[in-house]
Write a protein that binds this ligand. Sequence first.
Ligand SMILES: [Zn+2]
Length: 150
Amino acid sequence: MLYEGRCHCGSIGYSFSTERLPGDWPIRACQCSFCRAHGARTTSDPSGSVEYCVERPDRLQRYRFGLNLTDFLICNGCGAYVGAVTEISSALLAVVNINVLHPCPSDLQGPLPMSYDGESIDARNRRRQSAWTPCRGIIPRMTRYTDREA
Ligand SMILES: [Zn+2]
């Protein structure tokens, strides 16, 4: 099944492909100050795939902090945080922020608070290799979303 998300103004979105039913998705609420600021709830599926679609490349903001391993993808038009990508051993891996799913499945689990403080780079990469979703890339898209919301 394919699940689509996009920022509020429609400039940046994703397609998340997973065989898991939404009620079985692991939903994580990272407690770092960035994720708390956005109220982020993320999910991933190592057997699925993600493609980020950028309709307005000028609005794609990549934000890095902490260990400097990860691009947090933010729309600089509407401020939404849509997800994150990292590269490990030449493989692109991603999580998606389920807050920007359209439509949002109704039967998602409550988020599990997570803290990754003090994790080494090696430990972080190993955890992500086992849990994050293979990412096909961040791809410019020329087509327009047809159902923009005000
Ligand atoms: Zn936006």
